[in-house]
Design a protein around this ligand. Structure first.
Ligand SMILES: Nc1nc2c(ncn2[C@@H]2O[C@H](COP(=O)(O)OP(=O)(O)OP(=O)(O)O)[C@@H](O)[C@H]2O)c(=O)[nH]1
Ligand SMILES: [Mg+2]
Length: 332
């Protein structure tokens, strides 16, 4: 599965970073031609090492953390809910600031040490550098912690590929969604973490000649009315909205799921309203138990009844999406 595999480094805390820099510097000793030269060379090497360790670590973070801008799309929406894009950008900005300041401080300090012939001033300049370096890094302590936390959150974002045309399956609990996703998928569906459900979301793939689609089961996400949700859940549903090219809404007319047909129809209506503009295929499950005579596709993932028609209908709707995405890609 083409998931997100950001190669994000572990972020040191401010204390760890300073410890590393000072520890490395403390081990350095350079031999000079005389006492003054020895002191000078040693001080220059210490300042260079400590400064470089900080700059290298910080610029590494700035380079390796993904660029994120707010936007009407699945990942930005999700990252904004889970991490907070404004705060994230501020943290990267602060880290960049610290790297720049440190580099300049290092160069100024080296310059000052080179200029002097007074061993006292060499020592004082080096100590002054350590102090200011420490205070710069200290000022971004919160930002470093925030980034380490963000790194952990990035890793837990769902491994669904927003560029692959996607069918999202919705409906009340127990209507047979997971069973359907398993039967329709060409391989065993994988469970991808999703920050808003303990079960994660289940992602399968449908192969259609050379085309490939994702089919996503959404336990606990699209089984309640939009208004019943808290704000975070509402945003989570909105993020899902960006991922959804076609929705497959499953109704269990046998009511063996434990929910009356009436409330299932009401949820369908609600989903139709909140997913306006999305092609919604409504299908009735468990036809081995109860098969109604209406316009909807009736199927049983258990007996296989109606699965051909349902699969063909889904593929046809997805091909249309595929064509549209291909045209969009050409226009861009
Ligand atoms: N008779 C019959 N039972 C089915 C069929 N599909 C699923 N079930 C049963 O319905 C129950 C729920 O099936 P799931 O596929 O887990 O339903 P779900 O919609 O994914 O449920 P949640 O993940 O809890 O939302 C299970 O006991 C299944 O055995 C079917 O085609 N026929
Ligand atoms: Mg399920």
């Amino acid at each position: 599965m083409a998931g997100i595999d950001y190669k994000i480094p572990t972020v040191m805390t401010a204390d760890e970073l300073m410890e590393k820099a000072f520890h490395r510097a403390s081990k350095i000793y350079k031999n000079g031609t005389n006492t003054l030269d020895t002191r000078k060379k040693t001080a220059l090497a210490k300042v260079t090492a400590a400064g470089d360790i900080v700059v290298t670590a910080l610029t590494g973070y700035v380079d390796k953390f993904p660029r994120m801008d707010k936007g009407d799309d699945f990942f930005p929406e999700l990252v904004d809910i889970v991490i907070g894009i404004d705060r994230y950008k501020k943290a990267l900005g602060a880290v960049n600031w610290c790297a720049t300041k440190t580099e300049k401080l290092k160069n100024d300090t080296l310059h000052n040490i080179r200029r002097t012939k007074d061993p006292e001033i060499i020592e004082a300049t080096r100590r002054g550098f350590y102090g200011r370096l420490n205070s710069y890094v200290d000022r971004i302590a919160d930002d470093l912690e925030f980034l380490q936390d963000a790194k952990n959150k990035f890793r837990k974002l769902p491994a669904v590929d927003p560029n692959v045309p996607t069918v999202v399956v919705a409906g009340f609990p127990n209507v047979g969604k997971s069973n359907l996703v398993t039967v329709m998928s060409t391989a065993e569906p994988e469970i991808a973490p999703y920050p808003f459900t303990t079960k994660g979301i289940i992602v399968g793939h449908i192969e259609d000649d050379w085309r490939k689609y994702q089919i996503v089961d959404t336990p606990g996400l699209l089984d309640r009315e939009f208004e019943e949700r808290n704000d975070i859940e509402k945003q989570a549903v909105l993020a899902l909205r960006y991922l959804t090219d076609v929705m497959l809404f499953v109704i269990d007319p046998s009511e063996t799921c434990g929910f009356k047909l009436e409330v299932q129809e009401k949820l369908l209506k609600n989903i139709q309203d909140s997913f306006e503009g999305v092609d919604i295929i409504v299908a009735e499950s468990k036809s081995d138990v109860l098969k109604r005579d209406n316009d909807r596709i009736s199927f049983s993932a258990q007996s296989g009844d109606g699965m051909d028609v349902l699969t063909d209908t889904v593929k046809e709707a997805m091909r249309e999406i595929f064509r549209r995405k291909a045209v969009d890609a050409e226009v861009e």
